[in-house]
Design a protein around this ligand. Structure first.
Ligand code: 9MG
Length: 277
């Protein structure tokens, strides 16, 4: 199984580690440590040295309760880091919902658009399609919007509803000529979901493979891991690595993480043991 992106055909027979590069002043998980371009660029290089497979650069914090920056503000954060990351020889993803950022990122040569809103913002899907670039895409499920999504998330059947949403978004992309091999799907852990919803979704994650596309999963440092372990966000390395392994063993082919070195090591052991999903 491969993920077809702008410059790379990513081989998913080995689980891939996507490293998070937040260029935001208010990220929940790293406290805005890489908010300026120079330290974010250095962070890209650090993740590369740790064995990252894909870099994911984002200029909007999507933590619960966060405000959305203007598109111009978001682009100003992302662009210098993206330009640098594109010289490093690995696939580069841009985490954005903004049509302006999508358009500019694809113009600059970004390999993947990772959109927590699944290209539903007016103009987002047009920006992808009109670019003429065969970039990879990650479609993620979210109930609500970051500002309010954790107020009262509700489902009758969390896995069934996530699957139905992803199927509907996949159809929307197919209708615009986006080939399936460009698309991966993401259950959106922590996005409009209680801890119980997240844990049920993880247990039932294999149900999301029904659409025949690879799964990308992000659980790194998320608050559900804090609830399970009682650990604050700066002490969630072990829970995050355990969650990444659980996700891979339940069918994920890409894990989106902060702690690249530890996750790469864990996956090496997992693979050496001959475990595969
Ligand atoms: C940007 N972002 C934050 N969490 C995420 C997750 O779980 N998946 C994806 N695709 N993006 C995320």
């Amino acid at each position: 199984m491969f993920w077809s992106t702008t410059r790379f055909r990513i081989d998913l027979s080995r689980p891939q580690v996507m490293g998070i590069v937040n260029v935001t002043p208010d990220s929940f998980s790293d406290g805005g440590q890489h908010a300026d371009a120079v330290s974010a660029q250095a962070h890209c290089e650090q993740l590369l040295a740790e064995g990252v497979d894909i870099l994911d650069i984002g200029g909007e914090s999507t933590r619960p309760g966060s405000a959305t920056p203007s598109e111009v503000q978001e682009l100003a954060r992302v662009e210098p880091v993206l330009r640098h990351a594109l010289t490093l020889g690995v696939p580069v993803s841009v985490d954005t919902s903004s049509p302006l950022v999508i358009r500019k990122a694809l113009e600059l040569g970004a390999d993947i658009i990772n959109d927590v809103r699944s290209l539903q913002r007016p103009g987002a899907l047009d920006a992808l399609v009109d670019s003429g670039v065969s970039a990879g895409v990650c479609l993620m499920h979210m109930q609500g919007e970051p500002a309010t999504m954790q107020v009262a998330p509700a489902y009758d059947d969390v896995a069934g509803e996530v699957l139905a949403f992803l199927a509907q978004r996949l159809d929307a992309l197919r209708a615009r000529g986006v080939a399936d091999e460009r698309v991966v799907l993401d259950p959106g852990y922590g996005f409009g979901k209680t801890v119980a919803h997240n844990l049920e979704l993880l247990r039932r994650q294999r149900e999301l493979l029904a659409l025949g596309l690879p799964l990308l999963v992000g659980l790194s440092r998320k608050s559900c891991l804090g609830t399970v372990t009682g650990r604050p966000v700066d002490q969630r390395l072990v829970p995050s690595v355990a969650a990444a392994l659980a996700a891979v063993s339940l069918g994920a082919r890409v894990v989106r993480v902060h702690d690249v070195a530890a996750t790469v090591d864990a996956l090496k052991v997992w693979q050496a043991a001959g475990l595969d999903s």
